[in-house]
Design a protein around this ligand. Structure first.
Ligand SMILES: [Zn+2]
Length: 437
């Protein structure tokens, strides 16, 4: 039988990681001759959900097993969650969903919604019952939404790959032993086949996370082959416990794809077009803000300090520029749109009004008072009929697409090198080597 297994919410701030459980399950399930019909999937869901600690990731395992193996497979998976799932930690509400056969339309639809809405748990439970799936949750039932969404999001369209390598338990919490020079070299050789390895502008390694979790590094790329080659180019200063190649919706903008046509609301991805309504402001903390007037109303748009160069772009906007903003409304400041991407559609003319020049000596005139014309101090003359002159300034901005610095990219942010690289999945099971021996 075909079996789709969704896992969610096994991480907490104290470490643990849903993908690590998946990686351990790869070994255990291959050990009982379960057949993987796909790479394990990492599905990033709506990044604006308020109660999520980290990247809102869920995992799906897609298997072909003999019917009589169902109970033992289910037992292995639940056993692994109970061992590694941080049950009892705050914000960790592990859940698993088991679906026999391929996901029906209702499950695929809830997967789409989970990318761009806050899906109520009750909706997930209703679909689980209707589709005769089996669900297990520990703690609150919040994890059921992500687990079901992972089952339904089969990544048939655009997708990328990530090789994730894990640390030995005794090293978790210490500085990650990945040689920075080797990351730069690997990036030079494999980019754009791999991406988001290194932020040149901020001189920062991006493949290693910083928390206490067991992830040593993750290399993102366009194919399983290229992420594996890139991995072999790295110099390590600590042993690797295991590694797995995942298929993911990272860097695909799946959340904006799903949110197309949505109204602006709280805790969701937002795409909205309109006119810049005021001159952008920069705060002492380095954040940049402007307002946009749209058919749906007037909204504050924010580019926070970590977005780096995106703030400079914003500071060059002027009123009446036409833009499309892509962002999210995590709700910490009401309906403020936190920018993830900016498209400048067209630029307004930048006109400034200048005092006229003295017709006699050519020096700039000064105002002689409200509606009293202009005076020349050198010639000691007043010119009552002179008007201000309109000067068109050059713009320091071009129409086009603008993204934050690499270090500020969300998991779903599509880097510029991925435009026109989108691909359809061929549905074939993984053939080449995709996990550690
Ligand atoms: Zn003069």
């Amino acid at each position: 039988m075909r079996l789709h297994v969704g896992l969610d919410d096994t991480d907490s701030a104290n470490g643990g990681c849903t993908t690590y459980i998946a990686a351990r399950l790869v070994d255990r399930l291959l050990g009982v001759d379960a057949h993987f019909t796909d790479y394990p999937n990492i599905i990033r869901l709506n990044p604006n959900i308020p109660y999520k600690t980290r990247g809102n990731a869920a995992v799906a395992l897609r298997l072909e097993i003999p019917d009589e193996m169902y109970d033992s497979v289910r037992h292995i998976i639940l056993d692994e969650i109970e061992r590694e799932g941080r049950i009892g930690d705050e914000n960790a509400d592990p859940a698993a969903v088991f679906l026999k056969g391929n996901p029906p339309r209702s499950v695929r639809e809830i997967a789409r919604r989970a990318l761009c809405e806050v899906v109520p748990v009750a909706d997930a439970i209703r679909i689980i019952i209707a589709s005769r799936a089996e669900a297990v949750s520990y703690g609150s039932r919040l994890g059921l939404v992500g687990a079901l969404a992972a089952v339904g999001h089969t990544l048939n369209e655009d997708h990328t790959f990530e090789l994730v390598a894990y640390r030995r338990r005794e090293n978790c919490g210490s500085r990650r032993g990945v040689d920075e020079e080797s990351v730069k070299r690997m990036n030079l050789i494999t980019y754009p086949g791999t991406f988001n390895n290194y932020d040149q502008r901020n001189r920062r390694v991006l493949i290693t996370p910083h928390g206490p979790d067991p992830v040593l590094l993750g290399i993102r790329g366009e194919s399983p082959q290229v992420v594996r080659e890139a991995f072999q180019m790295l110099t390590m200063r600590e042993p690797i416990e295991r590694w797995v190649v995942f298929r993911t919706n990272h860097a695909t903008e799946a959340h904006f794809e799903a949110a197309k046509g949505n109204q602006v609301g709280l805790n969701i991805p937002v795409i909205v077009s309109g006119k810049v309504d005021d001159l952008p402001q920069r705060t002492i903390g380095g954040h940049a803000f402007f307002h946009i007037q749209t058919k749906q109303g007037r909204f504050t748009c924010a580019a926070y300090e970590p977005t780096g160069g995106l703030r400079d772009t914003i500071m060059h906007l002027i009123p009446d520029d036409q833009v499309t903003v892509f962002g999210g409304t995590p709700g910490r400041h009401g309906l403020t749109i936190n920018l993830e991407k900016l498209e400048v559609l067209s630029l307004a003319k930048y006109i400034i009004l200048r005092n006229p020049q003295c017709p006699r000596c050519g020096k700039g005139l000064k105002s002689a008072g409200k509606e009293k014309g202009f005076k020349c101090q050198r010639c000691a003359l007043v010119f009552r009929k002179q008007q201000k002159t309109r000067v068109i300034r050059a713009r320091k901005l071009m129409p086009g697409l603008y993204l934050p610095d690499l270090k500020a990219h969300r998991h779903l942010t599509k880097p510029l090198n991925r435009y026109d690289q989108e691909r359809i999945w061929d549905g074939k099971p993984p053939l080449e080597k995709w996990h550690s021996p």
